[in-house]
Design a protein. Structure first.
Length: 224
């Protein structure tokens, strides 16, 4: 894709806007889970449907993005391989995925995915266990017992904030974590293609810090 060509530039913009739109479903779902607006019985099931259904839109988008986007900075690259771009292999869903980067972004991107793989167990625990606890407490809330929701919410925010901030250290932390090839990806690969890894990690850092502040600036909820 020649970026000096206006029609290609328009296509690139449209493609990027599509990625941003698909990304926005993620904060929307988090809003429903963390702020849990009324009525719970409407918004929480809807958020679960969005969370589960999101992949059916995001995966086809990522399939289009893999051959043309830098996975790190999200730039649309020329379609033909040249000296200004680089490539390395990830493994996702049992398939080897040759991902592309700008030449200077191959290093931070591959370091990040090596670190993500090395820390996959604590990272998964840090995200999915608090999510499960929050969903159970919201489910009980729909059934009439809301007592656990405030505590489950702050535990979720704190655990996820700390975990994603740790994940965001990846580009600097992988010197000693091995170098599998292809590098297995322990989280859904399509989510890294919506904004690019670099922007996603900045959101992790900023939202993570915000959530830590929110948790500590409010009284800790009592155990019901
Ligand atoms: Zn790049």
């Amino acid at each position: 894709m020649n970026e000096s060509n206006p029609s290609s530039a328009t296509q690139s913009l449209g493609f990027q806007l599509q990625g941003i739109s698909l990304f926005l479903f993620i904060p929307l779902v988090l809003f429903f889970f963390v702020r849990h607006p009324e009525p719970l019985a409407l918004w929480i099931p809807l958020a679960c449907v969005i969370m589960i259904g999101h992949r059916s839109l995001a995966r086809p988008y990522a399939a289009q993005a893999v051959p043309i986007k830098c996975i790190w900075c999200n730039r649309v690259l020329p379609r033909s391989l040249d000296s200004a771009s680089a490539s390395f292999d990830l493994a996702a869903g049992g398939i080897v995925v040759p991902v592309r980067t700008c030449r200077q972004h191959a290093r931070p991107a591959s370091r990040f995915f090596r670190f993500l793989w090395a820390g996959r167990l604590p990272f998964r625990i840090g995200i999915f266990i608090p999510l499960l606890l929050l969903l159970v407490s919201l489910g009980k809330g729909i059934a009439g017992d809301r007592g656990w929701i405030p505590l489950a919410t702050v535990v979720f925010q704190l655990a996820v904030a700390l975990t994603v901030n740790f994940i965001a250290l990846g580009p600097w932390m992988s010197a000693k974590v091995g170098n599998p090839s292809p590098i297995p990806v322990p989280f859904p690969l399509h989510n890294f293609y919506l904004l690019g890894v670099r922007t996603l990690l900045w959101l992790f850092r900023l939202v993570g810090l915000w959530w830590v502040l929110v948790v500590f600036l409010h009284p800790w909820p009592a155990v019901p």
